[in-house]
Ligand binder design. Structure first.
Ligand SMILES: [Zn+2]
Length: 479
């Protein structure tokens, strides 16, 4: 039998070994921890340190963008020559407005052109709800809802508009289907068709936009669910890795326009996709001040459209010349808002000017009395959560019904830009307008982001947007 003393010795030896090991590992940890007072460093202004990072050295190659490559491979056909307007005849003046319509027939020279006087209204065939138009150039006719979501559907216009309106206001696909007693697949089908039409509408209306600033942010629905304690963090992250559910939003904070919105992973390819969409909306020579959060991908993605080749100067007289580097355009100003979160709490917000100088960035922001921030796009994210059911705070909606998220975002983009008046954009009326009832006089004119940007002069209804026939090519300049 082994005596107890042996065990005591073993325990003491073990404790000694533990002490020695702790002693060996402790100093290295202490050296890493910032709390240990080392030598009194000269006090530096902390904010300045976080703002001024070391200069960007450039990239050895231009970061490739998948959408740019696709466009280079499949160039969009340029619009054909605009035919001459047809002069009005001497007959009875036309009563029906045809300037918003165009001939859709593929072989007609006047196809897609607005306001050329080639259309005549033919009345309502068989007493139906839709008016018919006749093209005097090709002798063809077409109904006034040709090319819209309503063409070829027997369901009433009101019903489709109400279903799409419900989706735009934030009810989910299944919820909307229950309210209107239609199949969820029907709702999804209408949403897909509406989204396609609305994307074309956005492309037609939002182009050559001039902005001074742009804010870019990504949001994730699952993270908000964690905040609401609906799922555990581990579960959320596990789902996050499986499903690409980052919604990327780019906006103009001054006029509150939603420039681009997309859903996908948090990767470089996705950042490039969003930046590509923003650049397509902007005028070719417009390089706005851009503000994002501290994601590395945004930086590289911005360099694709806003970069150029530059030959670095020689450092030595002999040897091969240094290779050219891909560097940001000199007029590009880009800053990041870096947020440090610990235990779900925001502990620090720092700013980093990446391209351009701090003075140049602050000069742009000073026009609005602002500092470096991404607050406006974050506020927009809150709106987005209320209006797009799939990325709201209900995780079950998100995980089960991924179908249609991109379509719902496309719907929201048009709804937000054209149909929703924003309180912060309202304009005072020159004189108060009396209301019909007993209420106080109206003092403000409601204003949407599209109105603030001068794209339109009224608040559009969803019905008007959905009935808008998008011409296949943009109007010629000056018409
Ligand atoms: Zn025609």
């Amino acid at each position: 039998m082994i005596p107890h003393l042996f065990y005591y010795q073993l325990v003491i030896l073990g404790l000694l070994w533990l002490c020695v090991m702790l002693h060996l590992t402790w100093p290295s940890r202490a050296a890493m921890s910032p709390q240990k007072p080392v030598e009194p460093e000269p006090i530096k202004p902390k904010r300045k340190h976080s703002i001024e990072s070391k200069p960007f050295e450039g990239l050895p190659q231009k970061p490739p963008c998948a959408l740019c490559a696709h466009e280079a491979a499949h160039p969009t056909p340029s619009s054909p020559v605009r035919p001459a307007p047809i002069p009005p005849t001497n007959g009875r003046p036309r009563e029906v407005e045809t300037s918003r319509h165009f001939c859709p027939h593929p072989h007609c020279d006047y196809r897609g052109w607005l306001g050329l006087g080639n259309l005549r209204a033919n009345g309502h065939p068989n007493g139906g709800p839709w008016r018919q138009f006749h093209c005097t150039a090709c002798k063809g006719s077409f109904p006034e809802h040709h090319g819209t979501l309503f063409h070829g559907k027997r369901v009433s216009v009101d019903r489709i508009v109400h279903v799409i309106g419900c989706l735009a206001e934030g009810l989910g696909i299944r919820g909307t289907a229950r309210v209107f007693e239609v199949a969820p697949n029907t709702v999804l089908q209408w949403l897909v068709e509406a989204a396609e039409q609305l994307q074309a509408f956005s492309r037609y209306v939002l182009h050559d936009v001039r902005v001074r600033q742009g804010q870019l942010d990504e949001l994730c629905a699952l993270l908000s669910a964690v905040k609401a304690r609906e799922v555990s963090a581990a579960e959320a992250i596990e789902r996050l890795e499986r499903s690409p559910q980052w919604v990327w939003v780019a906006m103009d904070p001054e006029r509150k326009r939603l420039l681009a919105i997309d859903v996908g992973n948090r990767t470089l390819a996705m950042a490039q996709r969003v930046v590509h969409q923003v650049v397509q909306v902007l005028a070719p020579d417009c390089v706005p001040l851009l503000l994002t959060d501290g994601v590395r991908e945004s930086l590289t993605a911005l360099l694709t459209p806003y970069g150029h080749w530059l030959q670095p100067p020689r450092r030595q007289a002999t040897g091969p010349a240094p290779k050219p580097r891909w560097l940001p355009l000199p007029q590009l100003r880009y800053a990041q808002v870096v947020k440090t979160v610990r235990r779900r709490r925001l502990v620090r917000v720092s700013h980093r000017v990446v391209f351009g100088t701090l003075e140049a960035v602050e000069q742009v922001l000073a026009a609005c009395g602002w500092h470096i921030n991404t607050a406006f796009v974050e506020r927009l994210n809150l709106n987005l959560r209320q209006h797009v059911a799939a990325i709201g705070r209900r995780v079950t909606t998100l995980c089960k019904h991924e179908a249609g998220i991109r379509q719902q975002l496309a719907l929201y983009q048009v709804y937000y830009n054209f149909c929703l008046p924003l309180a912060c954009l309202r304009q005072p009326l020159p004189q108060p307008v009396l209301t019909n009832g007993t209420g106080s006089a109206k003092q403000w004119r409601p204003c949407t982001p599209a109105m603030a940007a001068g794209l339109t002069d009224r608040v559009w209804t969803l019905r008007e947007v959905l009935l808008f026939r998008v011409p296949p090519w943009p109007p010629p300049a000056g018409v």
